[in-house]
Design a protein around this ligand. Structure first.
Ligand code: NAD
Length: 478
């Protein structure tokens, strides 16, 4: 085994493993160093997303959704669903099997593409050398023409709520409980708090979310965020805004939490507590001083718009660099860097990275929110269409939410699309595609959508911009 490569990649999450495969496709001799251990104690590719994030949470969101639907909605459809029971061990095993299949799938992709996988911890030295502390205790120094750093991120921990990995846990541990907690507290009503809160509420927990900000989902369009908050509260998620947690301690009868609200200090006792207050880049010990890798004050690797770091020939992608901590953003950066190393021209359009919250209904958006447009002084027009007016949504009993399109008042170019509704995560791809092609709302309005589909709500929202949506009563049109 030679120690010289065209490209060394540190990290095999969605940013790193995708970069590795693309480098190999482009004919480069590629090695990917990763130190993740799966639940079975074996090295596993895929990083947080596959092992302890996106995929396992979606598996549990799906299973818990079925459980709730069968109990709540089936009877009204004439389906007798009596005696439904929950076997958490089976549900968790099924989730683990999905994760294991997918991580093994990446190992197969590495093999078939000729990517070498070094199982251990990589540290960047000077001159594009990487020291690898292998899991078997050996050390190996490898070198390459280019290095891509993709070390990912880890949950932020709070000193006021120290994890004990039993009663007080982070987002990864909350994917493995084999018993449903009676009372579940969550610090943070962000993306992770809402997704995990939804899973455990559907399975029977009484869920309280404590969110420090006064504004719910501040990064989302606020009309959409308000619509979502209403749905979540109707479902039974007890969401407290402006509630800053001050302490959390494990006692005999549960976890005692104190938090400050606008007027007073309050307390809450729960059986289990999830800390979901954001993620931070995993850059500690990633490089020696000789590597001359510049980090910012929060530990993010400093990069330019082409993902070049301060160290010559060294790039960084994914959660450990600026921009949203999203798997698809990291993957696109990984692909773009691989292509640039191979001498191709490649760019990431940071303006059009969709965000999704996988609750039910889902929340998804791309482009600018109404608040952003107002702040920037852009003159815009709005088209809204509620799912309650969609035939398909009614047939599916999925009438919550709406599609909202914002377009430039002068050019009609679509500036933002915001969806709260069933399958929003899938619907938003149509908006991203349209916006990639610089579509106007008129382009979408003149496109023929299949009937009956949820997608028609996007069509109608585009028509609504010009006050000509078909399925909105005349009196309700602007
Ligand atoms: P987040 O930033 O979305 O939400 C954390 C929330 O915790 C914030 O709203 C913050 O105000 C609140 N908070 C912080 N300290 C608090 C305190 N002491 N008391 C009460 N509230 C407090 O972070 P997250 O939900 O942990 O997610 C982490 C990252 O992972 C995000 O960047 C997210 O985009 C990404 N992620 C994405 C998805 C997805 O795409 N569906 C899923 C999971 C995670």
């Amino acid at each position: 085994m030679s120690n010289n490569y065209d490209v060394i990649i540190i990290g095999a999450g969605p940013a790193g493993y995708v970069a590795a495969i693309r480098c190999a496709q482009l004919g480069m001799k590629t090695v990917c160093v990763d130190n993740w251990f799966g639940k079975n104690g074996q090295p596993a590719l895929g990083g947080t997303c596959l092992n302890a994030g996106c995929i396992p949470s979606k598996a549990l969101l799906e299973s818990s959704h079925w459980y709730e639907k069968l109990q709540q909605d089936a009877p009204a459809l004439g389906i007798a669903a009596n005696g439904i029971t929950l076997d958490m061990a089976v549900m968790i095993n099924s989730k683990d099997a999905i994760v294991s299949d997918l991580t093994q799938g990446i190992a197969t992709l590495f093999t078939t593409n000729g990517v070498e996988w070094l199982q251990g911890r990589g540290q960047l030295l000077s001159d594009r050398q990487v020291q690898v502390s292998l899991h078997d205790g050996k050390q190996q120094t490898i070198t390459a023409g280019h290095v891509i750093l993709a070390p990912g991120s880890a949950p932020v921990q709070l000193a006021i709520a120290p994890l004990d990995n039993d009663r007080i846990v982070d987002s990864a541990a909350a994917l493995d409980w084999t018993e449903v907690p009676g009372r579940l507290g969550i610090i943070g009503a962000g993306v992770i708090g809402l997704e995990l809160g939804s899973v455990w509420r559907r399975l029977g927990a009484e869920v309280t979310l404590l969110e420090a900000q006064d504004v719910f989902l501040s990064m989302a369009d606020q009309q959409i965020a308000k619509s979502a908050l209403k749905s979540f509260r109707k479902q039974g998620l007890d969401i407290h805004l402006g509630a800053c947690v001050k302490s959390a301690a494990v006692m005999d009868d549960g976890v005692h939490i104190t938090y400050e609200n606008t007027d007073a200090e309050k307390s809450l006792t729960v059986d289990r507590l999830i800390v979901a207050v954001g993620r931070q880049p995993c850059t500690e010990g990633l490089a020696t001083a000789e590597a001359e890798l510049v980090l910012d004050e929060h530990g993010y690797i400093h990069v330019d718009e082409a993902c070049c770091t301060s160290a010559p020939g060294v790039y960084a992608v994914g959660d450990a660099v600026r921009g949203p901590m999203l798997a698809h953003k990291g993957s696109e950066e990984g692909i773009a860097v691989a292509e640039r190393i191979a001498g191709h021209h490649s760019e990431v359009n940071y303006e059009l990275i969709a965000s999704v919250v996988y609750t039910h209904p889902e929340i998804a958006w791309v482009g600018r929110t109404e608040e952003m447009l107002k702040q920037a002084g852009v003159d815009y027009r709005t088209g809204l269409f509620p799912f309650a007016a969609s035939g398909r949504a009614r047939a599916m009993q999925e009438t919550d939410g709406m599609v909202k399109i914002l377009s430039d008042a002068v050019t009609d170019r679509v500036l933002g699309v915001h969806i709260h509704g069933a399958s929003a995560s899938e619907l938003i791809a149509q908006a991203v595609t349209a916006m990639e092609f610089d579509a106007s709302s008129e382009d979408i309005a003149r496109t023929i959508f299949a009937h009956p589909t949820l997608s028609e709500a996007l069509h109608e929202a585009a028509l609504a911009i010009d006050n000509r949506a078909i399925h909105i009563a005349r009196s309700r049109r602007r």
